[in-house]
Design a protein around this ligand. Sequence first.
Ligand SMILES: Nc1ncnc2c1ncn2[C@@H]1O[C@H](COP(=O)(O)OP(=O)(O)OP(=O)(O)O)[C@@H](O)[C@H]1O
Ligand SMILES: [Mg+2]
Length: 388
Amino acid sequence: MAAIEMKNIVKQYGDGFPAVNDVSIDVADGEFMILVGPSGCGKSTLLRMIVGLEDITSGDMIIGGDRVNEKAPRDRNLAMVFQNYALYPHLTVYENIAFPLRLSKQHSDEEIDTKVREASRLLELDEHLDRKPGNLSGGQRQRVAMGRAIVRDAQAFLFDEPLSNLDAKLRGQMRTEISRLQRRLGITTVYVTHDQTEAMTLGDRVAVLKRGILQQLATPRELYDQPNNLFVAGFIGSPPMNFLPATVQGDQLELPFGKVTIPAEKASKVQGKDLVIAGIRPEYFDDAAVVDSARLAQGATFRATVDVTEWLGNEAYAYIPFEAPADVREQLSALEKELEMEAMHPQLVVNLDAASRIREGEEADIFVDARKMHLFDPSSQENLTVGL
Ligand SMILES: Nc1ncnc2c1ncn2[C@@H]1O[C@H](COP(=O)(O)OP(=O)(O)OP(=O)(O)O)[C@@H](O)[C@H]1O
Ligand SMILES: [Mg+2]
């Protein structure tokens, strides 16, 4: 096991395009690090530079204290689990797991047997050892691929979207399984995904990338509660954070649905700004009818017509359309494009308490908690109220 330090890593492909642009990430020994971001942001490129499958244009890649920029993949002793697990169809599960050990020719048959059985026990593959990969489920195949990585005593595990071709249910199961296994083995892991749920549930820390540039490196909770900028705010969370145009007057914010008084610390950060973008997660809203009076006093209540409601059993969402000026609309739709979200007409997504009785097409009183709102600079896209 080893720590992985990436220092000012740059990757320019032949055409000069900077796929990874001055990225520094330190992965602690035993840590589970996630690289997440939309398609083309440079996740796979970065991972391939760690393993040695891609040259590094500039910067230092340090694994276990050694600079490995010039080292061949086989000398880095890392185990990569690809999206397609590349198992050998004609070999049994046992032989698939044993494969890297046989290839290295450094182990006796007894040693190989011990290691394969140890990995198989850990991965609960004992009853499948004599089967062929073609007869296994996607999740079982995934475990065989991991077994092959485990027997090598690699310094770190690297995963590139290992769950993307599984169905939703199996993906959920495998997510838990990978998480459990990583904790048990305590092995340094770098895991690439474009799925923010995977990022949030698996990672000790998450590195959010956009167009080759590191946007924020933080724990899942910190990313969710204190996003650095509009991109991270919109990328993390599902349904995503609502973004609303807001004009500032002292400690008052004028939002499309009315005026809200914001806490003094937040107000002081946006003084002198005309227009800001207010970021409000769906759960900062609620049906005012089910909010207690102490909480009502912490925010504002407005009246709105609910367009659509969605009831999911344990929770419910209400959709409320709103008007936005043309320039703000343009900016929001550009952001949606970056986030690969469906282009949508401006609407609020409100997470309703299960006790709410709001119905579609009806007017209702909606509460918004002003303390939790983030305020973003529309031109720099920075979060002006980070940490507040
Ligand atoms: N061999 C290559 N030659 C030139 N450009 C490349 C090459 N491989 C990748 N790129 C470019 O580098 C950028 C990053 O690609 P990369 O594969 O790292 O993205 P990614 O974040 O893994 O995306 P995805 O989620 O789609 O897998 C992209 O813009 C891509 O077009
Ligand atoms: Mg990729």
